[in-house]
Design a protein around this ligand. Structure first.
Ligand code: UDP
Length: 422
């Protein structure tokens, strides 16, 4: 198949760990690679966010990235990108001029708009079926972030519109299906394909980063408040009271877009909190770490903590599991599917530092429990979360969409875009 992916803000070629560069970038890159390995021809369209980027990059056999001119050629926060989606669709449709793809797969709601728009313009008499993966939903974000949510107002009606108009939706976890249903989307057109983990890179064998204290707990991800890294810092005094004082909390991610690590306001907030709680000597801010160095860091940890307020999927726990490290996970969203409570890690209620500390104390005090959960995590990651498996599931959804389009199912409806500068 000829597959077009649209990922407006999340380039598969970007460095990870900045505010807008994380799981979606990894997902689009790894899914595209795995589809290309299965013999498909994949082109990822992303917004040009630097002048020096070439128009087209060949990443590997069957996998290209096209940088489309849409808005200023510099980093623009993703919540300010809506006005450029029309231009993005123009660029995509122009590239399809000679031969439209068999399917177009939008990642994140704004790319869905561009995908629907480009699909409508593609060649006469042929309708390109649109598949959509949301990665995150505005309804969930608003519920948790309230006034702090910087998404454009238009997301409230455009995102459900993308859901209703797409031929098929790929949800990444069962929780997302309930959310989509609550948005009025027909669940009959939803497939579930999780995110995956690169099992050639993330595994138990290989270099192990040195740890400076008896125990290392690890937090990895974009440093945004909803990831709950402050909750892990708040757990440290409780952990100390439980007898675990020689513990380092290594925090990977942060800095990036704003330049240096210490100019990142979230880094400053977290370090301020650590100082206030008297645990600053236990907290190490590592900043953005290149992908290749991540496995050694995971392997050095006694436990990885993922304590988000909510989580559409969460690739970090899979990477930890694949490396044989137990995960303390807030029981929210995708983490409830991936991390098995008392199987591959321990679930804790969301926003509960004391519960995080108790779970960590249980793990740090019991090396054989750590080994048991770590081994089970490794097996689970291998059995269920290879990108090859995710690509096979995605391919099934593509085929259903193609068959539906060929059978003449109503094409993507036009979305009323009043208010959106498209
Ligand atoms: N990551 C990385 N270096 C960093 C920070 C993060 O390689 O400095 C990677 C991390 O290993 C994972 C991804 O970024 O592969 C984050 O994905 P996740 O789904 O956990 O979070 P999201 O960004 O989607 O909220």
């Amino acid at each position: 198949m000829k597959i077009a992916m649209i990922s407006e803000h999340a380039s598969p070629l970007a460095a990870l760990g900045g505010v807008d560069a994380g799981g979606q970038n990894v997902h689009v890159a790894a899914l595209s690679e795995a589809l290309a390995r299965r013999g498909h021809q994949v082109t990822v369209y992303t917004r040009r966010d630097a002048t020096e980027l070439p128009a087209r990059v060949s990443v590997g056999p069957g996998f290209d990235v096209v940088h489309v001119d849409a808005g200023p050629p510099r980093h623009v926060p993703k919540d300010e990108l809506l006005p450029f989606m029309g231009e993005l669709a123009d660029g995509v449709a122009r590239d399809w001029d000679h031969r439209p793809p068999d399917v177009v797969h939008g990642h994140f709601w704004m790319s869905g708009l561009a995908a629907l728009d480009a699909a409508r313009r593609a060649g006469s008499g042929y309708r390109v079926p649109v598949i959509q993966t949301f990665h995150a939903l505005g309804t969930v974000k608003r519920r948790h972030q309230g006034a702090e949510d910087t998404s454009p107002q238009e997301r409230r009606w455009l995102e459900p519109g993308v859901g209703r108009s797409a031929d098929r939706i790929i949800a990444t976890c069962s929780d997302e299906v309930f959310e989509l249903k609550a948005m009025g989307i027909n669940t009959g057109k939803i497939s579930i394909a999780p995110c995956g983990v690169d099992l050639d890179v993330f595994g138990p064998d290989g270099p192990v980063d040195a740890k400076p204290r008896s125990h290392r707990i690890l937090s990895v991800g974009r440093l945004v408040p909803r990831k709950g890294v402050d909750l892990v810092i708040r757990a440290l005094p409780h952990l100390r009271a439980a007898g675990f004082a020689d513990v380092e909390l290594l925090i990977v991610g942060g800095g990036g877009d704003s330049g240096t690590l210490h100019s990142d306001p979230e880094v400053r907030r977290l370090l301020g909190l650590a100082a206030e709680l008297g645990v600053q000597d236990q907290v190490v801010m590592e900043g953005q770490v290149p992908r290749g160095d991540m496995p050694g860091i995971f392997r050095s940890a006694d436990a990885v903590v993922c304590a988000p307020w909510y989580e559409p999927f969460g690739i970090v726990p899979l990477e930890a599991m694949a490396c044989g490290v137990p995960v303390v996970a807030a029981a929210v969203g995708g983490l409830r599917d991936t991390v098995v409570d008392h199987g591959t890690g321990l679930h804790v209620p969301p926003r509960d530092p004391e519960a995080i500390a108790s779970a960590l104390a249980m793990l740090l005090g019991n090396p054989s429990l750590r080994a048991e959960l770590g081994n089970a995590g490794q097996r689970r990651a291998r059995a269920r979360y290879s990108w090859d498996r995710v690509a096979a599931e995605s391919e099934k959804a593509y085929k259903l969409a193609v068959a539906g389009a060929a059978a003449g199912a109503a094409g993507p409806a036009a979305i009323p875009l009043e208010g959106a500068a498209l």
